[in-house]
Design a protein around this ligand. Sequence first.
Ligand code: UD1
Length: 417
Amino acid sequence: MDKIVIQGGKPLRGTVAVSGAKNAVLPVLAATLLTSGKNEILNAPQVRDVSTMAHLLVELGAELEHFEGGRVVLDTSRVNNPEAPYDLVRTMRASCLVLGPLLARLGQARVSLPGGCAIGARPVDLHIKGLEALGAKISLEEGYIVGTTNGLKGAHYFFDTVSVTGTANIMMAATLADGETILENAAREPEVAFLGELLNRCGAKISGAGEDVVTIQGVASLEPFQCRIFPDRIEAATYLISGAITGGEVEVVDCIPHHIEPLILKLREAGFLVEEGEDRVKISGNDRPVSVNIKTQPHPGFATDIQAQFMALMTLARGQSIVTESVFENRFMHVAELRRMGADIEVRGNTAIVRGVERLSGAPVMATDLRASASLVLAALAAQGESVISRVYHIDRGYERMENKFSQLGADIQRVK
Ligand code: UD1
């Protein structure tokens, strides 16, 4: 298993370009199942989750004609297998995004339950209830969600909790349902808005994607598409924080600043100079941050996927900051590892009290989930001495060439086998 070794304590300086958004490309890949023909996706990030999803689509009968350099070409003419096997789904929860499209396309689906997850129970009950509302019959058999339908029917559905992939799943299924579907309390993430626009270009009739009420008029079929994935806001956020935590000067380019506005405002509140351009954000500051509080919320609130990285920054702040996680019930696994590097953090329920320390020191630490791992890399970049981060396959799920990008910024970072 690979490890990442970092000699910390160097201010990072330079420019780093952001790759395509992982969380945007996954539903887009699933959406190819709604079409019959050749789909082309550009600027797909070259990360493990994208390979897993592409692999899953091949399992379902799609032909992967090109998969290199961020260009994915998938021919979905011969999709015929409704089964998403455990081996693939267990490595990536977002695999359940094929559930809605399979039901709409084939009238049946057999998708393994994703099972436990490091960041909490993360059930898929809202996906299931939404599809049942559209008339699908769903049962749980031998660890699989088994769905059948003679034709989905439009419905009025309310999400008890805002769910990003839940919204994408039901929205995709409803595009080919008979009649009108209204989704209330839908997720407003940019990834959902992007998916809605893309499906409309294929012939779907969706209004309000990216708002909390989405209305979908079902159509008989969708045309294949070509699209370019927009920049990853979580990756942009991670590199921006790397400039802050190391007291350097980092310019993040090829990004959409407005997607990370809550972070930008919090970084300014913490005392950093953050300059925004049209497709770039630059951060500088060489002093310890001022402590600020954050509370994660669904978009447009402070993203839960940046909580761990921001907490790493706050470990070095002057004063005490309160980090409240309100999207997931158990997303503080990075705390124990940050403590091993000298951070002073106390967890009380869904709140972490971070008392800033003057310095962190390098240590062997273990990556536990994708964004927690990013927070450990950030802490290690700032810490004095050597850190060895193990289980970096978590990082590879969602960050393209992370160690190369950090090296480019002047970090002493290496991947070892
Ligand atoms: C997506 C993102 C993930 C991000 C998360 C929250 C993708 C591929 N992943 O995950 O990076 O951290 O949004 O912004 O886009 N819930 C239920 N029942 C359900 C579904 C969800 O109770 O059926 C709960 C979850 O446990 C969680 C909350 O709803 O507490 C939000 O989860 P959700 O938005 O569904 O996360 P994902 O879509 O899995």
